[in-house]
Design a protein around this ligand. Structure first.
Ligand SMILES: [Zn+2]
Length: 350
């Protein structure tokens, strides 16, 4: 992953306290910098580093389990993540920056100085989206009304989306299959990792559950923590994620944790944006199933936001006719495309 290579600094202080509180933050705006001070109840271990895509400042507070009064900061997005070891705060400035970060004692506090940089982000790079049309070849997927096959519907929608993204210079786009042939699930996931995908979307259509032949609507799934855990135990994936060179076990662990965090947090963020756009542009009933239920093999992509979209129920006659109509396929693809643009350029501010 690109962002894994950009671990730039690592600050470690000795841990002296557990069960501490992050009491709040103070902000000072100066001519050249913004100073953000995190006030702590006790002395704690803090690790901080910068990640790319989008550029963001990660601050890990070890042994901190309570976070209070984290007010908004103008020009920044701020996120807090819960971990077994403590709390992670991520600051995402909306402008190019450099930083200085340091720990001060008595009272205990961690200071982040963010300097506005005049220059723009270096090396404009295209955003890679991997689109995965579900099933194919010997695996037809669900068989719907009038014998409509899921694999065909999935491919049609995926190709519409492919066309839209290809037409936008900001994106590079890869299909896991381009025709009616079989690609194993793990291979699809490996394609995403190999292509260094910034986003992975698997497109499916549902069969109604037994006893509910008229089920309607769109469902979105993201991977679960357990699903990702399987993957970071898989040697092929770890090699591809971290490269072949030797890394200290502690560094490996941090990198893998970060990759998992990124998948979990960003998949949910993108899933919500997608649900919103599908509702808005297609007036569809959309349910974001979140991360709890899904253990889909194809979504186990540490370091890559990954979602699975069940476009609709092809077993329901009305839904099936929609899903095979070119007009509906186009509108659906457009709504997904708009979600992708929104996610990268509004939400993440790449
Ligand atoms: Zn399917």
């Amino acid at each position: 992953m690109k962002f894994l290579r950009t671990l730039t600094t690592l600050t470690i202080l000795l841990s002296l306290s557990f069960g501490a509180t992050l009491k709040g933050l103070r902000v000072g705006f100066y001519q050249k910098k913004v100073r953000i001070v995190f006030d702590l109840s006790d002395r704690v271990k803090v690790k901080s580093f910068i990640l790319k895509g989008p550029y963001r400042i990660v601050i890990d507070f070890y042994g901190v389990y309570k976070v209070k009064n984290l007010k908004k900061i103008k020009g920044f997005k701020i996120r807090v993540g819960k971990h077994p070891w403590g709390r992670r705060v991520v600051l995402i400035p909306s402008f190019p920056f450099s930083t200085k970060r340091f720990y001060l004692r008595e009272p205990e506090r961690f200071v982040v100085d963010v300097y506005r940089e005049a220059k723009t982000f270096p090396h404009f790079r295209k955003i890679t989206v991997v689109i995965d049309p579900g099933h194919g070849g010997k695996d037809p997927g669900a068989i719907g009304f009038l014998g409509i096959r899921e694999k065909d519907v999935n491919l049609k929608i995926a190709k519409e989306l492919y066309r839209l993204l290809r037409g936008d210079k900001r994106f590079r786009v890869v299909l896991t299959r381009k025709g009616d042939y079989y690609v194993p699930l793990k291979e699809r996931s490996l394609i995403a990792v190999r292509e260094k995908a910034d986003l992975f979307i698997s497109i499916h259509s549902d069969a109604a559950p037994k006893g509910k032949p008229y089920a309607v609507g769109t469902q979105i799934f993201a991977v679960s923590y357990e699903g990702l855990k399987d993957r970071v135990r898989d040697k092929d994936f770890v090699k591809m994620l971290l490269g072949r060179g030797y890394q200290e076990p502690i560094v490996r662990k941090i990198l893998l944790d970060l990759a998992m965090d990124l998948s979990l947090e960003e998949s949910v963020t993108f899933g919500r944006i997608l649900a919103f756009h599908l509702k808005k542009f297609l007036s569809r009933e959309v349910v974001f199933r979140g991360i709890k239920r899904a253990r889909f093999e194809v979504l186990k992509n540490p370091g890559i936001p990954s979602i699975l979209l069940e476009t609709g129920f092809i077993t329901n006659p009305e839904e099936a006719l929609k899903l095979v109509s070119r007009d509906f396929q186009k509108r659906l693809a457009k709504a997904i495309y708009k979600s992708i643009v929104y996610y990268f350029f509004k939400e993440r501010g790449v």
